[in-house]
Write a protein that binds this ligand. Structure first.
Ligand code: PRX
Length: 686
C-alpha cells in the first residue's frame, strides 16, 4: 500500500507542472539576493528572541534553529510563556502520539485568544490603529483603534451570548472582509464558541454543506457585499443555504450597504442589535487544547474537511511566525490582502498581527478595481510597510504593465511576501525589481491550512543571508523537514527530491478533522509512519534549501485556491446525461493551474452538447462556486484506462498540458484509440 501511494504521488504530474513553470529555469541559476539588512548572520537575542538571551551558544539563526529542534520543550515553552498572556500556566509543552494522530500543546494552561489579541494591548496601544479597512470603494478607507475593536468584540460577544450561543458551539461566518467579520471571529473566541468562516465566494449549497457538517446553529452574514464595484446578494445566498440546514436557529445580519433585505423569523439585524449591547463582554476562559476555530479545505477525495485548530498552540505559532517571517515591528502597517475565508486571512490578517499588537489591513476589493494600480495606490495612500499576496495576482498585474506600479510611491514598503503557490521566476523578478525597486526582501512562505502558520520561509531577520528566488528555502524554527521516496525511505543529502514531511509536532498543527479523526489519521499520518505528510513534493537544494514542486495528490491549486478534483467530478456526475468524468489540472499562465474536465455522456441523451456544457457549468457554480469553473470541458466517448479499468489520469494531464510527446506507451490501454480522439478534440478546442 505505502509504496503504491508514494510511488503514484512522486510521479504525479501536478508536481511536474510546477517544476516546468519554475524549477528547471532555476536549477541552473547560481545567483541569489541578499537580505537588505545589515551584513552579518548573527541574530540579536536581545531584540529578536529575548527569551534565549541567557544561552550564549545561540548566536546565529542556524544556532537558534538547531536549538529549537534539539530542545523543543524549552524552545516552545519559553516562547509560550513570554509571547502569550495566560490566566493559568501550563504544565507540559508537548505531548504527541503520531500513531494515533493525537497532539497536545501547553496542557494545563488556560487563556483566551481575544484577550491576547485585544485586551492586553489596550493600556499601551488602545488608541493605536488595529485595523485599516480598505473598503471596496477606492479611497474610502477607515481606521479602527484597538479600543474601538474591543468595543465591537464586546458588543458582538454579548449579542451572541444573549442570543443563546455557548462555549463550544459552532458559528458559521459568511461575511465580506470587514471589521465586523474580524470582530465576530474574536467575539466567538471571547465566549469560547468555535468560528467556521466560509469564503463568501462559495455558493449557497457549499455553505449549507459546511453549516450542516459543523452542525452550526448560528450564521453571521451581511445584507449585501460589494466587490469590484459589483453588489453581491449575500443574504439571499444564506436564505437558500439555511433552507437546507435545519440545524440553524439564528442568522445575524450585518448591514454592509443601505439596501433593505427581507428578514425572516430567524434573522437578527446585527447592526441595530449591537447598539443595545454593552461593550464589556465577560471572557470565557479556554483550555490550551480547546478548539479555537475550524476551517473547511479540500482534500483529494470526498467532501471538504473541517480542519480544527487549537487555542494555545495555534495562537502561539501564528504569533511567532508572523513576527519572525516578516521581521514585523510593532507600529508597522501589515497588508495581507487574502480573504478571511482562507487560512491566510485567519493567521496573518487576524491572529498573527493582532496578537502582536500590530496594525493589519482588511482589503475588501480586488487587485484590478478600479484599475490594476489598486494595490500600489493603496500602498501609497496608507503607507503600508509589508504586503502579503498570492503569486497569481502578480502574474495578472505584471501583464498590465509597469506604469500602474511606478505611478505610485512605494517607498514605505519594506518586505514583500507571497503564499499559496510557487512564485514563478518572472513574477519573482517583477515583484523584486519593479514593485520593490530592488530594495525589499521577497518572503516566499510555504504552509497549509493544516499547518496553521508558515513552515518554510527565507527568514528575513537572518541578517545578510541569501535569498534564492523561487523557493521558500528555510524551515522555520521548530519545523523538522524530511523527504521520503516511494518506498517510504527517507531521502537524505542535497539536490534530491521527495515527498515533503514534517518529522516533529509543532504548536500550530491541526488537531483533527471535525467529527472524522479517522480521516485525519489516514490523510496525514499513515502514508509515512511517524511523520506529518504534507501532500506536497519538494526539492532540497544545496545548503538544505527547499523548493516546492507542487501537490502530489488530486488537489488543484487554482489562483491559490485549493480545490479537490473529486468535488468537481461529483457535481458533474450528478447530471442525468453524464456517465463519468475526470478532472485534472494543467499549467495556466495566470492562475498557476487551470481546471480541465473530461466528460463521457450516456448513450441516448437528448440534450445538445453546448447546452450540456452550460448546464454543467451552472451546476458547478451552484454546488461549489464560480472559482471551481473549468477552463475546458471536453466531451469524449470514453476515458483512457488500463486493462484493469483504472483511469489513466496521467495521460489526461499530458493532453491538457499539450505534451503529446510525453504520453509514453499507450498500447497497453484497453482502448488506445481513445487517446487519439482526445488529442484531436483538444486541438480543435485550442
Ligand atoms: O501545495 C501547497 C501550496 O498550497 C497548498 C496549501 O493550500 P491551502 O491549505 O489552501 O493554504 C494556502 C495558504 C497557506 C500547499 O499544500 N502552497 C502554499 N504555499 C506555497 C505553496 N506552493 C508553493 N510555494 C508556496 N510558497
Amino acid at each position: 500500500g505505502l509504496s503504491r501511494v508514494l510511488g503514484n504521488c512522486l510521479h504525479h504530474e501536478n508536481a511536474r507542472i510546477h517544476r516546468s513553470i519554475n524549477a528547471s529555469s532555476l536549477l541552473n541559476r547560481t545567483w541569489s539576493y541578499r537580505f537588505h539588512k545589515g551584513r552579518s548572520n548573527n541574530i540579536s537575542t536581545s531584540t529578536d528572541y529575548p527569551e534565549f538571551r541567557d544561552l550564549p551558544h545561540i548566536k546565529t539563526h542556524n544556532d537558534l534553529y538547531k536549538f529549537s529542534i534539539e530542545d523543543p520543550e524549552l524552545f516552545w515553552s519559553r516562547l509560550a510563556r513570554s509571547r502569550l498572556t495566560w490566566s493559568k500556566d501550563f504544565s507540559t509543552a508537548c505531548k504527541s502520539d503520531f500513531s494515533k494522530g493525537k497532539f497536545g500543546w501547553f496542557e494545563g494552561g488556560v487563556l483566551n485568544a481575544s484577550v491576547n489579541c485585544i485586551d492586553r494591548h489596550l493600556e499601551k496601544r488602545g488608541d493605536e490603529i488595529a485595523l485599516i479597512w480598505e473598503r471596496d470603494e477606492p479611497g474610502t478607507h477607515r481606521f479602527y483603534t484597538y479600543k474601538k475593536l474591543s468595543e465591537m468584540v464586546g458588543k458582538i460577544g454579548n449579542l451572541l451570548t444573549n442570543s443563546g450561543v455557548k462555549a463550544g458551539d459552532r458559528v458559521a461566518i459568511y461575511l465580506p472582509k470587514s471589521p465586523t467579520a474580524i470582530a465576530t471571529m474574536l467575539a466567538c473566541a471571547r465566549i469560547g464558541a468555535i468560528h467556521s468562516v466560509v469564503f463568501a465566494g462559495f455558493s449557497a449549497d457549499a455553505l449549507a454543506g459546511r453549516i450542516n457538517d459543523a452542525q452550526a446553529e448560528t450564521v453571521v452574514t451581511a445584507n449585501q457585499t460589494i466587490r469590484g464595484g459589483k453588489l453581491i446578494e449575500l443574504k439571499k445566498m444564506v436564505d437558500a443555504a439555511v433552507s437546507k440546514s435545519p440545524c440553524v436557529k439564528r442568522v445575524l445580519v450585518y448591514y454592509r450597504t443601505e439596501a433593505k433585505v427581507p428578514m425572516g423569523k430567524l434573522d437578527i439585524d446585527m447592526t441595530k442589535a449591537m447598539v443595545q449591547e454593552s461593550p464589556n463582554c465577560p471572557v470565557v476562559e479556554r483550555n490550551s487544547e480547546d478548539t479555537l476555530f475550524m476551517l473547511y479545505t479540500s482534500g483529494s477525495t470526498g467532501s471538504p474537511k473541517g480542519i480544527t485548530h487549537s487555542t494555545a498552540g495555534y495562537l502561539l505559532y501564528t504569533n511567532v511566525t508572523f513576527k519572525h517571517a516578516f521581521d514585523y515591528n510593532v507600529g508597522e502597517k501589515f497588508g495581507c490582502v487574502a480573504d478571511i475565508g482562507w487560512i491566510t486571512g485567519h493567521s496573518y490578517v487576524l491572529y498573527g498581527p493582532l496578537s502582536n499588537g500590530g496594525t493589519t489591513l482588511l482589503f475588501e476589493s480586488t487587485p484590478l478595481y478600479p484599475d490594476p494600480g489598486r494595490y500600489w495606490e493603496m500602498v501609497e495612500r496608507l503607507k503600508l510597510n509589508h504586503i502579503y499576496l498570492a503569486p497569481t495576482s502578480l502574474r495578472m498585474l505584471l501583464k498590465s504593465g509597469d506604469e500602474y506600479v511606478k505611478k505610485y510611491d512605494r517607498s514605505s514598503l519594506r518586505k514583500l511576501g507571497c503564499v499559496g503557490e510557487p512564485l514563478n521566476h518572472e513574477a519573482w523578478e517583477w515583484y523584486y525589481n519593479v514593485v520593490g525597486e530592488r530594495r525589499c526582501d521577497i518572503i516566499d512562505t510555504w504552509w497549509q491550512t493544516e499547518t496553521g502558520g508558515i513552515c518554510i520561509s527565507p527568514r528575513p531577520s537572518e541578517i545578510g543571508a541569501d535569498i534564492q528566488p523561487g523557493m521558500p528555502m528555510r524551515p522555520m524554527p521548530g519545523i523538522d523537514l524530511a523527504l521520503f521516496d516511494s518506498q517510504g525511505k527517507e531521502v537524505k543529502g542535497e539536490d534530491v527530491e521527495g515527498a515533503l514531511c514534517i518529522r516533529r509536532p509543532w504548536p500550530g498543527m491541526a488537531r483533527t478533522i471535525y467529527r472524522d479523526h479517522d480521516r485525519f489519521l489516514k490523510t496525514y499520518f499513515q502514508t509515512v509512519p511517524d511523520v506529518y505528510y504534507t501532500g506536497d513534493g519538494a526539492h532540497r537544494h544545496k545548503e538544505g534549501h527547499y523548493q516546492i514542486t507542487g501537490r502530489m495528490d488530486d488537489v488543484l491549486n487554482v489562483s491559490g485556491h485549493r480545490l479537490g478534483t473529486a468535488e468537481i467530478e461529483d457535481v458533474m456526475d450528478d447530471h442525468p446525461d453524464v456517465a463519468e468524468t475526470a478532472v485534472v489540472g494543467f499549467p495556466h499562465d495566470i492562475k498557476g493551474e487551470g481546471i480541465y474536465a473530461y466528460v463521457v455522456l450516456k448513450d441516448g441523451r437528448k440534450t445538445k452538447k453546448n447546452e450540456l456544457d452550460q448546464q454543467l457549468r451552472n451546476a458547478i457554480k451552484k454546488k461549489i462556486g464560480g472559482l471551481a469553473l473549468p477552463e475546458v470541458i471536453l466531451f469524449t466517448p470514453g476515458l483512457p484506462r488500463t486493462r484493469s479499468g483504472k483511469i489513466m489520469r496521467r495521460i489526461l494531464r499530458k493532453v491538457a498540458s499539450n505534451k503529446f510527446d510525453e504520453l509514453g506507451d499507450t498500447s497497453t490501454l484497453s482502448e488506445p484509440e481513445i487517446v487519439d480522439f482526445i488529442i484531436n478534440k483538444h486541438k480543435e478546442l485550442l
